[in-house]
Design a binder for this molecule. Sequence first.
Ligand SMILES: Nc1ncnc2c1ncn2[C@@H]1O[C@H](COP(=O)(O)OP(=O)(O)OP(=O)(O)O)[C@@H](O)[C@H]1O
Ligand SMILES: [Mg+2]
Length: 401
Amino acid sequence: MSANDTFVKTVWMIMDELQNAGQMENALQLILERLCGEFNCAEASIWLKHEADQKCYMIASKGNEDNTGISIGFNLGLIGKVSMSGETEYVKDCKNDNRIDQKNAHLYGDNCLAIPLKTPYGVMGCALLINRDTVFTDEEVKSLENAFAVIALDLEDKGFSFDVNTGRKPLVSLKGVIKEFMSGEELNRILKGIDLDVYEGELLVVLGESGCGKSTMLNIIGGMDKATQGQLIVEGKDFSDPSEAELTDYRRDYIGFIFQSYNLMPNLTALENIEFIAEISKHPMSSKEALEMVGLADRADRYPSALSGGQQQRVCIARAIVKDPKIILADEPTAALDFTTGQGVLKVIEKVVKEKKTTVIMVTHNVEIAKMADRVIKLKNGLISSIRTNFHPLRAEDLNW
Ligand SMILES: Nc1ncnc2c1ncn2[C@@H]1O[C@H](COP(=O)(O)OP(=O)(O)OP(=O)(O)O)[C@@H](O)[C@H]1O
Ligand SMILES: [Mg+2]
């Protein structure tokens, strides 16, 4: 097969994976597996630059062990060099080549091709292809450079990145948060040391499998539950060991909650459901205004039973925003709704973030919804397994599931 055929085939495969995999991580993993097969390499990995840390982080790997998440300084060896220069490097004997930092030699195997991830905007990082049984030809290298440029463009477009520290002050921080529950005789550690900063005015989406502790984390942030260990810090104030009274004030003054189930008072109208919360709030907005904001001004006098699911959920959003809280916590707010209705609810949440600069933390199972977030965190095995910043969040109206 000519190098040109190889290139076409490789790019075709990459485009296919990028389009069809539900998540970028999975797509990259599959691409690396297939590239290793195609080019007879033992291992491969993809590294992204994180300017703030001056490090490259491994975001995908194919090989004996999953090392994703490890990082290496820009100044240390080949990964940093290629990620900075944008020039491919091919090392045929890693043990005897001073481009390889020997302390990290295990990352490179015996021979290694390091290809930059280049976009028109700059170099995002690099890919390594490790331990090939034959030497790469110049044509193969050129093909792979182009193939990884395709991947880089898609990464840029879909916004895979790290938690970019912009120097903003966090509004809410969790530090080393551990949560344990008794289950029968057994003590279960659900959250195993969560460190998280949430910034003012951002929409943060939390993903993770059922039972991984998303709601538990949200409840701790919302002062509905206390951490077994660790700190909750809000605007610099430590709420780690609050009294009941402090917790009640905190919930009242800072937090608006939106749940999957609507929990509206059945014997109060839409407007009354909102007024009832406004009355116990420190600095409420007008209840009518809140109802207007969610597009239900004309349904003010309806009882919940005479509203659709989506309308009831919008009343819940109005109820959450009427307090003018700093933080809105939304736990699967669209899970019970069909696509169009769910999207309507997301549009309202988007509007609240944009117009009122409210910080929203939203839990969902739906990876499509994560595309509208400023940042997306994933919980896995009681820890945050990834944090990513969307360079170009989608608008709620452009989501589709
Ligand atoms: N009050 C409690 N007592 C005992 N165990 C609990 C309690 N609350 C949660 N758990 C357990 O903690 C784990 C995490 O629960 P959590 O509700 O946070 O998961 P989740 O990620 O929100 O799941 P889902 O996506 O299904 O809503 C589960 O195994 C659950 O059974
Ligand atoms: Mg939950």
